[in-house]
Write a protein that binds this ligand. Sequence first.
Ligand code: TTP
Ligand code: CA
Length: 366
Amino acid sequence: MTRVIGHIDLDYFYAQVEEVEDPSLKGRPVVVCVFSGRTEESGVVSTANYEARGFGVHSGMPIAQAKKRLEGHDPAVIRMDHEKYEVVSGRIMEELERLVDSLEPTGIDEAFFDLTGSTGGDYGKARKSAESIKEAVMKSERLTCSVGIGRSKVVAKLASDMSKPAGLMVIPPETAESFLYPLDASKLYGVGPKTMSALEELGVRTVGDLAKADPSELEGRFGRKFGGYLLAAATGTDSDPVVAGLEPTQFSRIVTLRRDTRDAHEVAEQLSEGMRYVQGKLASTGKSFKTITAVGILTDLSTKTKTKTFETGVSDLVTIRDAVPALFDELSRAVGKDFRRAGVRVSGLEDTEDQTSLSEFLHPAR
Ligand code: TTP
Ligand code: CA
């Protein structure tokens, strides 16, 4: 049976979440920023709404530059609140899981899904399902998203990208090639600037050129695996399945310190929110950990770590709060240099025994 694969991507996600929380932001340029805390303005733009993008503001731009471009346009400059977006994302993913055959989250605001079984390969039904998915996200979270449907992950992802913002693009299998061939090959998932310039050397510019390229030439240049993938991607016949709900293996949080320091208590104090975040992830996923790691990044950007392993699984904040300063104390004595960034990581995850009661405690409404 022809597969029905979908890709969903929430529009200008962090900024849109902020707009929903504070409707007075609608219509104004909104910029969500990561402040490094060094000076009032230092840091970068995490994402921007479409109004701000209209003035040339984009992810990764220094905050000062973004402010300059938005001068006189009443911009809202908002501090990124990752935990808030994680919570919204978690609710949406849970809801999506109920609406599709299988869901593979690939980031905080995007996921692949499979509708082959429930639609029986009927692309008319697939369009209806995609519309219901978009309506469900709008109804429960007031968020717009973009959805693409096609016979492979590559087609689905391209379709959702091209339908942004708030769009839906369904590419029935018989039109996959006419959809793909005119596109620039660099649009294909996995084709970065390096691959693209190598492709250009082989005379390939469009996806159609790639589909017609000599397979042995591609394999010679890119290896059997990637060469084979490129050919399959070009015809929308890449066969990668949707793999449901990958289990997390670790949770971590890293922050840039307000100033370079080797003082363990100063570091731990600035990591206290990070510790709470990690503990929250453990609680919401019903996991405990065996290993906790203090991560110190020096001014030369090299990474140093110190690890402690427990006999049995741990999931409480008190133990984390005891372990982190002790580990940083050991670490800074071993390293003898100041840290620029610091983090906490828990790994060796296992299911907490009283998972049911814990999730009932956290989500009493369910
Ligand atoms: P994207 O899906 O790449 O971007 P977006 O959702 O903001 O916008 P679009 O409408 O084009 O999909 O990334 C998802 C979130 O990840 C984004 O809201 C903020 C965050 N992010 C960063 O923090 N830094 C980055 O450089 C990028 C690209 C995203
Ligand atoms: Ca997005």
